[in-house]
Design a protein. Structure first.
Length: 120
């Protein structure tokens, strides 16, 4: 089963939604450090084989975070970021995407669907 690491900007309710779906979710705010660096977040996710879920656009920069340097990233790109819209889009993604293939991918989750980047 896929495990997730929810970045500091991810609402607790979204992490709870994933837990209710049966996923193992660790929240960055649970780590006990007030602000862990982005490098620290991505390294923790890689080391624990967790997919990072975040609102931060810079995690989509393939020069800084090449596809083979992390376990997987889901960048939420929904504006305005209404929880109900995010959950609906994430639920659609979880139904359509084979999570067994998420390692090393970058997913950009949008209101109308999602885009996938994979290493070649």
């Amino acid at each position: 089963m896929t495990s997730f690491l929810a970045d500091e900007n991810i609402p607790h309710a979204l992490a709870e939604f994933l837990r209710q779906k049966g996923f193992d979710v660790k929240e960055a705010r649970e780590l006990g450090t007030p602000s862990i660096s982005d490098r620290g977040i991505i390294e923790l996710a890689r080391r624990e084989e967790r997919v990072l879920i975040t609102f931060d656009r810079h995690f989509t920069n393939l020069l800084i975070y090449p596809l083979d340097s992390h376990y997987g990233i889901i960048r939420i790109r929904i504006h305005p970021p209404l929880l109900s819209d995010i959950i609906q889009s994430l639920e659609h993604f979880l139904l359509k995407f084979d999570l067994a293939t998420i390692k090393g991918t970058l997913i950009v989750l949008e209101r109308e669907g999602y885009r996938v980047r994979r290493s070649s």
